[in-house]
Design a protein around this ligand. Structure first.
Ligand code: FVH
Length: 295
């Protein structure tokens, strides 16, 4: 290990072990702790220092990176060592909500510590690869102090001093991903409903199709930012009646193939609501506005 500034990793689940391994690969002195002690064996074999307690772990480094199951467990784990947080920085990469991030930041500050909230946009196997990026929010000066260390985990993307931003963007990105996977599963169920269909063969068509469609997203996003009544370029969209008719066909074909139409029902309801509001053309600004007001 080098004499670089040390780091502690609390939580050695699948993700925590990947984070610890990334720090160790960067030759950073790394102290690790996990409730189930055996999970420390792997990072220790790579050169990590095994902490026998949370106190030993937290006092081992000025920077404490936390990756546990949820915020309740983070708080439960840190509560007994609250007195040791003074002058340290906690970077919490556990998945949670903006409200939880804000509460955690306040609690750490009450104990004299600095706090950054983070959202990991990677899976354990892509940590520290060019594919990985991690979102951060909190005080800029705190981020700047540790930017180089955090970059060892993947590209460090600072979103701003609003502490809830990283978790909000993390959850919004996951929402987009979840819908994509739901769509994939439904499409594969349809395509494989006949004997000739194979998921792999179909996916060879789905990936380029979705890749092409994803290229439209920045255009649609600009329309949303401009708060247009409808899409700026009508060639990139279509009439709501056309959209509803195509979705009805998807639903009918899906039903005929013995595949559930449930995942499509909320889409149909949203299109019909837009039509009822007087919209003639499907567009992102109208769809996003509708979602904002229908919660
Ligand atoms: N894995 C992934 O791909 C995603 C990628 C994006 C970020 N997430 C979030 O990272 C957090 C941890 O996820 P994980 O994949 O490491 O999860 P596990 O492997 O299940 O490890 C869970 C750790 O939490 C510890 N833990 C659970 N309950 C307690 C408790 N009551 N007290 C103390 N620690 C607890 C667990 O310890 P142990 O069970 O090994 O003793 C693990 O360290 C998560 O927020 C993801 O959403 C991962």
């Amino acid at each position: 290990m080098s004499n670089a500034s040390p780091v502690t990793v609390l939580g050695l689940g699948e993700m925590g072990r990947a984070l610890a391994a990334a720090f160790l690969t960067a030759k950073r002195p790394t102290t690790v702790w996990n409730r189930t002690a055996a999970k420390a064996d792997e990072p220790v074999a790579l050169g990590a220092v095994r902490a026998g307690s949370v106190t030993e772990a937290v006092t081992g480094s000025p920077l404490v990176v936390v990756c546990l199951l949820d915020y309740g467990i983070v708080r439960e784990t840190l509560e007994p060592v609250a007195g040791q947080l003074h002058g340290r920085t906690v970077v919490n990469l556990t998945n949670g909500t903006p409200t939880q991030a804000s509460e955690m930041a306040t609690w750490v500050a009450e104990h004299g510590g600095d706090y950054l909230d983070g959202g990991i946009m990677a899976v354990p196997t892509t940590v520290a690869t060019p594919e990985a990026f991690i979102l951060y929010s909190g005080e800029r000066s705190v981020f700047d102090t540790y930017r180089g260390v955090l970059a060892e985990l993947g590209s460090a993307r600072y979103l701003g001093d609003d502490i809830g931003l990283a978790s909000l963007y993390d959850l919004a990105l996951l929402s987009g991903m979840n819908k994509m996977f739901d769509g994939f599963h439904h499409a594969v169920a349809m395509a494989t409903s006949r004997q000739e269909g194979s998921a792999s063969g179909f996916t060879e068509l789905l990936v380029p199709w979705l890749t092409n469609m994803a290229r439209l997203l920045p255009v649609f996003a600009a329309d949303v930012d401009a708060d247009l009544a409808t899409a700026a370029d009508p060639r990139l969209t279509q009439g709501l009646d056309v959209q509803i008719s195509a979705l009805a066909n998807i639903m009918n074909a899906s039903g005929d193939a013995g595949v559930s139409t449930a995942p499509l029902e909320s889409s149909m309801a949203a299109l019909r609501a837009l039509l009822a509001q007087g919209h003639k053309v499907w567009s992102s600004p109208a769809s996003v506005r509708q979602l904002r007001t229908s919660s």
